[in-house]
Design a protein. Sequence first.
Length: 133
Amino acid sequence: MRRADVARLLTIAAAVDNRKLEGVQGEAAVLAWEQIVGDLELAECVAAMAEHRRTRPDVYLQPGHVRELVLGAREESAALESERRALRAFVAFTGASPIEAAERWGDAAWRAAQEDEARREHRARALEAGESA
């Protein structure tokens, strides 16, 4: 994020909590925030500020709050994407219906049974292919 973006971020914060951004104090605030959140994306920070206001309205917003929320959202997004990839791989391997697999994904016994059956089928096809060659 550029310094101008950090200034915009603080302006948005000030619209809610009336923080002072004039003069030297405002410039110092921008520099301080830039050191803490400057490597993040503006849109992520704005979303994090909104989340902070919704969930902790009585806690004065600090740049550390924004950073914590942005990184947490990124981790959650990465975990969800990892789950989606695992589900797609499972469906491709087992031939299960994507809808049924999504609905029953939390059932470890069902998944194991589907994987065992798929292994047997793959093995049988490999043996058949080996015999016909």
